[in-house]
Design a protein around this ligand. Structure first.
Ligand SMILES: C[S@@+](CC[C@H](N)C(=O)[O-])C[C@H]1O[C@@H](n2cnc3c(N)ncnc32)[C@H](O)[C@@H]1O
Length: 243
């Protein structure tokens, strides 16, 4: 794939509706990948105890039980993929699912917590994406962002075929073929997220490297060889004037 085609696919959420990608196989609650993300997010969500939460690119909605248990009486899931949105509605009737890109919402300052897990890999303009999150958050609001690690994404792990194109700003367009299908992403170094967040009016509170957990290694021994490798990063941003 050339650069333009990779970029087009990476930024089109309909890739999650395509026949070539069986996202629910990876993205339903209970899969090793979702348990991995959840194990890092649970302590953060519990600590923040948000009453109104929004999950940006909620996929099948697997974060709903965590956010609800963490104290959120209102949980909104924004998901532009029709297939994933339908699954989220079916699995979690109490989740308020909005089938749209999160930039299109008219929900200004309605949330105490926004969470985005691996959905900023599909945003062409990172600063604009942070600004859109900023508009959703009330004063004192927090944004938890999980984004894939660049070295991990570009390494030839597990023999999964991939192709990539490096962009002038240092981000990389990646198409990787997993057993559940091909996913196109924009992969960025952590500093890009930190800078875009700062430029959009957030303050970075912390950044955590997410390495394979014992549960993930138990699900597939090949993870043991990557024990020390960050797979993703968890960022906690706060609306700057309330840090
Ligand atoms: C890798 S999946 C992750 C899904 C979910 N966050 C999870 O933890 O399983 C990325 C998701 O981002 C969604 N997405 C892409 N662009 C989006 C946008 N502009 N607004 C909201 N969601 C978007 C996709 O539809 C897809 O469901």
């Amino acid at each position: 794939m050339n650069r333009d085609e990779l970029l087009r696919r990476a930024t089109d959420p309909r890739q999650y509706d395509s026949e070539a990608l069986d996202w629910p196989r990876e993205g339903m609650a209970g899969t090793p990948a979702m348990r991995f993300f959840e194990s890092y997010l649970i302590p953060e969500i519990d600590r923040l105890h948000a009453r109104r939460a929004i999950d940006i690119g909620c996929g099948t909605g697997h974060l709903f039980p965590l956010l609800h248990a963490g104290g959120a009486g209102r949980v909104v899931g924004v998901e532009p993929s029709a297939r994933s949105a339908a699954i989220a509605r079916r699995e979690y009737p109490e989740l308020e699912v909005i089938e749209a890109p999160f930039q299109d919402l008219g929900l200004a300052r309605e949330f105490d917590l926004a969470v985005a897990v691996m959905s900023f890999e599909h945003q062409p303009d990172l600063r604009a994406a942070f600004e859109a999150v900023g508009r959703l958050l009330a004063p004192g609001g927090v944004f938890l962002l999980v984004a894939g690690d660049m070295a991990f994404h570009l390494s030839p792990h597990f023999g999964l075929p991939h192709e990539h194109v490096v962009l002038p700003d240092g981000s990389v367009l990646v198409a990787r073929t997993y057993p559940h299908g091909t996913i196109c992403d924009i992969v960025r170094p952590p500093e890009h997220y930190e800078r875009a967040g700062r430029d959009a009016g957030f303050a970075l509170r912390r950044r955590l490297a997410m390495r394979p957990t014992s549960d993930l290694i138990a699900s597939d021994a090949r993870w043991a060889g990557l024990e020390r490798q960050a797979i993703a990063h968890l960022f906690e941003f706060a609306v700057a004037d309330t840090v």
